[in-house]
Design a protein around this ligand. Structure first.
Ligand code: ZN
Length: 124
């Protein structure tokens, strides 16, 4: 399981490539912020979480809970979801904007994310 949760997952890399391609600078896994956001854009005070559907209990096909071992996974995923919420609220309280990119809607989420970042001017 460690591999799934490790830094730089495939979906996270996809988001990083897109941001980089759009000319944004970001930092990764900042320990000084609640929930250690996967990607932060300090200039825009934007924290991005890249969520695997399964781990974060998303209601979609990929997020479906496994039928076996529910006693184990159920509480584990519930804890993840609870922690997600607490961390995200904490970030918002300190003036961060929180964006979530989900595995199942990654293309659309990335497009929306980039669009949501204030215009960068013509510097790029
Ligand atoms: Zn999903």
């Amino acid at each position: 399981m460690a591999a799934i949760r490790s830094k730089g997952s495939v979906i996270e890399m996809q988001v990083r490539r897109a941001l980089h391609g759009a000319g944004f600078r970001y930092r990764l896994h900042r320990r000084d912020l609640p929930g250690r956001p996967d990607i932060t854009l300090p200039k825009y005070r934007l924290a991005v979480f890249v969520d695997g559907c399964f781990w974060h209990g998303h209601e979609c096909i990929q997020g479906h809970k496994p039928k076996s071992n529910t006693a184990y996974w159920g509480p584990k995923i519930a804890r993840n979801m609870e922690r997600d919420q607490i961390n995200r609220q904490a970030l918002e309280k300190t003036g961060w904007r929180v964006a979530i990119v989900r595995e199942c809607t990654i293309e659309a989420d990335i497009a929306g994310l980039i669009q949501s970042i204030p215009a960068q001017g013509s510097a790029m």
